[in-house]
Design a protein around this ligand. Structure first.
Ligand code: PLP
Length: 394
């Protein structure tokens, strides 16, 4: 017997649930890619992307996933043999560094930990040691989707400044843009990148990059540039060149609708919704943790992301739980990846999520804990309800 008929719910950290309005926005014929309507659509999206990054800088839209946007960022500002410093706090910044390494960049990883955020003081200290300024860029993820950590991009930016170091500051916002505050200009970020399919509620397939004036200076001398990613190529006089070929017309229709929805809600409200729902998840997991099996991976409460929670299963195989939620109840949780493979599951709470989706997901996990007799503190979903009842005023 199962209770899974009806719509399956994706609680994985990407691709996330897309609003029906976004799906419907794609249900129309393509546009003439040289038409005024197309150019207006595309211009509006480039401008709004810069608003999402909170920058006066120009942004670029690539037909690519996040891995493609990583490559776009690296190839436009670095040269073969350049050294970069990657700030570890899970899997993603390190993955970006591995890509850079394959492209011919010399990569140093500032050793971190999968249980905590990057420490700005450690970044400052490492940069102060680099008196010759051989490090050309510092790479970090705002949210690491594997560990569930949130890194303080503003504080790390200040640490780079305090060290008096000229390295470019490059930030991955794939799992945070449109969900949590990000201030490219105010925080001194030189290259920001993101993707369409997480907080931005759009199908996978668009990769975003924005570049500061300093990044554009570095771009002039970069020798890793290739025609597809190249910013200069994309600034040619014909609009066509912005996509280095045919524009991804339907993905742009979807993105337009998704951003309209975000702006209609108001970004501050969107961020607050993620704070409230993220905390609801944490309240539930904390209650379950009283059973001495489950625990939130990130130890420090202030370092936990509002978009994804990684739950350690401490000796219990997470596969039966994952399977029960999916096959019996129609809720797909994220699995533990990288170092946490086989030791964790992940609950995504990013993008198009609301109270019934989150409370439903928590209730299903609690049902699975009971059915599988995994020891847990009672009343996790109840704790989430109490939190929302106190925080969302009548
Ligand atoms: C998902 C993710 C990526 C990779 O994006 P893809 O679209 O899967 O290539 C990069 N960084 C972070 C932080 C992510 O969460």
């Amino acid at each position: 017997m199962t209770v899974r008929a009806g719509r399956e719910f994706l609680a994985i950290p990407g691709p996330t649930t897309m609003p029906d309005e976004v799906l419907q926005a794609m249900h129309r014929p393509a546009l003439d890619i040289y038409s005024r309507e197309m150019i207006e659509l595309s211009d509006s999206l480039h401008d709004d992307l810069s608003k999402l990054f909170a920058t006066k800088n120009r942004s670029y839209i690539h037909i690519a996933n996040g891995h493609g946007a990583w490559e776009a960022a690296i190839s436009n500002v670095l040269s073969r043999g350049d050294k970069i410093l990657v700030l570890e706090s899970g899997r993603f910044a390190v993955g970006w560094g591995i890509a850079a390494g394959m492209m011919g960049v010399d990569v140093e990883v500032l050793k971190g930990d999968w249980r905590r955020a990057v420490r700005p003081a450690e970044v400052e200290e490492r940069l102060r040691q680099d008196k010759e300024h051989t490090i050309k860029a510092v790479l970090v993820a705002q949210v690491d989707t594997a560990s569930g950590v949130w890194n303080d991009i503003e504080a790390i930016g200040k640490a780079i400044k305090a060290a008096g170091h000229p390295a470019l500051y490059m930030v991955d916002t794939v799992a945070s843009l449109g969900c949590m505050p990000f201030e490219m200009d105010a925080w001194g970020v030189d290259v920001a990148m993101s993707g369409s399919q997480k907080g931005l509620m759009t199908p996978p397939g668009l990769g975003f990059v924005s570049a500061s004036d300093r990044a554009r200076e570095a771009h002039k001398k970069a020798n890793l540039r290739t025609p597809y990613w190249d910013w200069t190529e994309r600034e040619g006089s014909e609009h066509y060149r912005k996509y280095a070929g045919t524009a991804p017309v339907h993905l742009l229709f979807a993105m337009r609708k998704a951003i309209d929805m975000l702006f209609a809600e108001g970004l501050e409200n969107t961020f607050q919704r993620h704070r409230l729902l993220g905390e609801a998840v944490r309240r539930a997991v904390s209650r379950w943790s009283e059973g001495q099996v489950l625990s939130i991976n990130i130890a420090e409460t202030s370092e936990r992301s509002n978009t994804v929670t990684t739950v350690m299963t401490n000796g219990y195989d997470p596969v039966p739980l994952h399977r029960y939620c999916k096959e019996k109840c129609g809720v797909v949780l994220g699995v533990g990846i990288g170092e946490l493979h086989g030791q964790a599951f992940r609950i995504a709470h990013m993008g198009h999520v609301n109270a019934p989706m989150i409370l439903g997901t928590l209730a299903v996990i609690e049902t699975a804990l009971k059915a599988l007799q995994i020891p847990h503190g009672r009343g996790g979903t109840e704790a989430a309800i109490e939190w929302l009842g106190e925080s969302v005023s009548a």
